[in-house]
Design a protein around this ligand. Structure first.
Ligand code: SF4
Length: 529
């Protein structure tokens, strides 16, 4: 991307809001690590930071790691914010803090692009992706950094091609303080599941970066201290199958060249199980996990939500196929669908037992703006604005029954016995099918060894000594340690600790039942140093 030049220099403070605690962001695992404080680096804001005009200074604060200070706001001329719906309260809070110091504020990202009216106090709204609105915003700010009389809304009509995206500004963040690294190859998804806002926001024809951009980003992340896992945050990694087949050999080659320095994970539709040529290359590129939105094991429900592509192979068979390539499946499940019955909870628990998927995020249905579901429920008068509820949907089953089913599923699916049994299944049936890269110098760095030893000690202390599930923990962990399987000992124990702890809060009513709920959940622990 050609940077704008010749504009008056500005000082930009980029602030990424704190997340509300959630099942899928692993906060309870952080105290067992060597100082992880946040889930994934904020791709969108890092991209904007990299795209700033020449000569502009930038400070980057992820409030999941530390809060922006008085000094940060006083230093800045402009405050940039980005975020998702679940961060709405925190996004607005950053705006108020910036205004206290008289700073002009600009908001971009997925939440404001779908719902500009959530953010009446920001001075500039940037709607849509990087493009002509971004150029316009930079020019306006170069001309004047006083707060405009009324809110200015700038909308991208011409998006910048992803092949012209600059490399995100990874140098501005402490990558080792993130649970996972993140990277984006494509944007958009060809399907139209009823509840999903991706096609409405990013289109049905996936846009793509080049393989060279992706490997350059990986180089940059590793140069800035990344190790461990890198998650492809693409809405659907196989949204354009031809493109992913072109990308994967580059990833295989990158891994060979870099001593398998990282492991990969991604999100993809379950019909990936029909593509052995893709699965084989993912196996070779050291992909270990695929998040599949299975949503429900009920075929009628899948049809009703326009997710028939999940039935292109029988679901359990699809999961087994992925496992046979060494890929552990992570799954999303939704409760509160119109097709739910009194038996839906038991059906989900049976599915978990049969699939042996260790990690399933079970959420209540939430209607997001810009989705067919929102439109249908709005027409039927079934949207409820009440922040005391766990969902904005007026379910067909009684609300209390749906929430109770959720609590029951969480409580029973994540007992320590069940949790470790599912990991044991993966150890026997999935992990042996992975490649086993040699202990290369890129993997056995001093920093990685120190990190591993710290995590081992903390896991043993928190789960094996102080944990009230220590009996089940040692039953699982001891054979791993005896076999010298330190990597699996660490990865399974970390995830299990978070899920067991979170699920206990959920089943006793201390956590909210929807990832998107406005209702506050129980505060989670700060990561230990
Ligand atoms: S397949 Fe996934 S990303 Fe695509 S529309 Fe459905 S839920 Fe959204």
């Amino acid at each position: 991307m050609k940077k704008q030049t010749g504009l008056a220099p500005r000082r930009i403070l980029c602030v990424f809001p704190k997340y509300s605690p959630s099942f899928g962001t692993f906060e309870y695992a952080y105290p067992l690590t060597d100082g992880v404080k946040a889930f994934m680096p904020p791709q969108g804001l890092l991209l904007i930071a990299a795209a700033l005009p020449d000569g502009w200074s930038v400070r980057f604060i992820d409030e999941n790691i530390r809060a922006a200070t008085v000094d940060d706001f006083e230093w800045a001329e402009v405050v940039f914010v980005s975020g998702m719906h679940i961060q709405r309260k925190q996004i607005n809070d950053i705006c108020r803090r910036a205004h206290r110091y008289g700073r002009v504020t600009a908001l971009g990202g997925p939440s404001v692009s779908a719902c500009p009216d959530y953010y009446p106090e920001f001075d500039y709204l940037h709607i849509g992706e990087l493009g002509d609105a971004t150029d316009d915003l930079f020019k306006r700010l170069a001309g004047d950094v006083s707060r405009p009389q009324k809110q200015m809304v700038l909308t991208t009509h011409e998006r910048l091609a992803m092949v012209e995206f600059p490399l995100p500004a990874y140098e501005l963040i402490p990558l080792r303080k993130y649970f996972l690294g993140s990277i984006q190859f494509s944007s958009g998804c060809p399907y139209q599941c009823e509840f999903c806002d991706i096609p409405g926001l990013y289109g049905r024809n996936p846009r793509l970066k080049s393989p060279q951009q992706v490997t350059a980003e990986l180089d940059k992340m590793v140069a800035n201290g990344l190790s461990g896992a890198v998650y492809f945050v693409d809405d659907n990694f196989i949204g354009n199958r031809r493109a992913v087949l072109e990308l994967l050999p580059h990833l295989v080659e990158w891994q060979e060249r870099n001593g398998y320095a990282v492991q990969f994970a991604c999100e993809a539709t379950l019909n990936i199980a029909k593509r052995p040529e893709i699965l084989q290359l993912m196996h070779d590129a050291f992909f270990l996990t695929v998040f599949c939105g299975i949503e429900t094991p009920d075929p009628n429900a899948l049809k009703a939500m326009s997710k028939e592509h999940n039935m292109m192979v029988p679901i359990l068979e699809g999961v087994k196929t992925l496992n046979s390539y060494g890929l552990e499946v992570v799954s999303g499940i939704i409760l509160g669908l119109d097709t739910d019955t009194d038996e839906s909870g038991e059906g989900i628990l049976d599915f978990i037992d049969q699939s042996q998927i260790p990690l399933l995020t079970i959420n209540l249905l939430q209607a997001l703006p810009k989705t067919p579901l929102w439109d249908r429920l709005a027409r039927a008068g079934r949207l409820i604005e009440n922040t005391d509820r766990d969902s904005n949907v007026d379910f067909l089953l009684p609300y209390e029954q749906v929430v109770e089913t959720w609590r029951d599923c969480m409580g029973r699916a994540y007992t320590p016995e069940k949790m470790f049994a599912r990991f044991q299944h993966q150890i026997e049936h999935t992990y042996p099918n992975r490649i086993h890269p040699p202990p290369t110098k890129q993997r056995l760095t001093t920093a990685n060894i120190k990190r591993g030893l710290t995590m081992m000690a903390k896991i043993i202390w928190h789960a094996g000594v102080r944990g009230d599930y220590r009996r089940e923990f040692w039953k699982f962990a001891w054979p791993r340690l005896k076999a010298g399987d330190v990597e699996r000992f660490i990865s399974c124990s970390l995830v299990a600790h978070h899920l067991i702890t979170f699920a206990r809060g959920a089943s006793s009513g201390r956590q909210t039942a929807s990832y998107y709920s406005d209702k506050p959940g129980e505060p989670l622990p700060q990561a230990a140093e």
